[in-house]
Design a protein around this ligand. Sequence first.
Ligand SMILES: [Fe+2]
Length: 181
Amino acid sequence: MFTTMTEGTREDWGHIAREHAVHQKSAAVEQIMESLARLDKIEVGFAATQLGHSLMAATLARRSGASDEEVVAALCHDLGKLMSIPNHGAIAAEILKPYVREDIYHAVKHHQAFQGKYYYEYLGQSPNLRDDFASEPWYDFAVKLVDEWDCPAFDPNFPADSLESFRPEVTRVFSNPKRVI
Ligand SMILES: [Fe+2]
């Protein structure tokens, strides 16, 4: 096995690719589930914790008949808040990118701009940022994600489904990357 990439052989890279495939099968699912659980520690001023919010959003998506990818997007759209608030949508979108439809990726990436309709005026910003994306093919899904699942999901008394109940959807989505590179 090489110690510098400049000396890698076809055999080396075959071995590395196989090991990555083995790791990928379980690692992504477990990391996502553990990361979601850690959202329970983040409240940031809302009535619900970020885990409670994510579970409620995903439950609303599930009960509306959303696909696995859409349910997982609702569940994971705020995952980036574990690392950074200002770019949390972009972080979550990049985590999801290999596994979901392109419109889902863009909707998660820009979901905060769409939410701004309801509060940016209070923070000195334009509430109309979503209008900039009106001609994008992913606009309609972003509206659904934000208006139907994300924005209503701050009720701490809502009987949301448990995190563990979403393991099947998380497993199906994160076990099947649509692209490797
Ligand atoms: Fe959210």
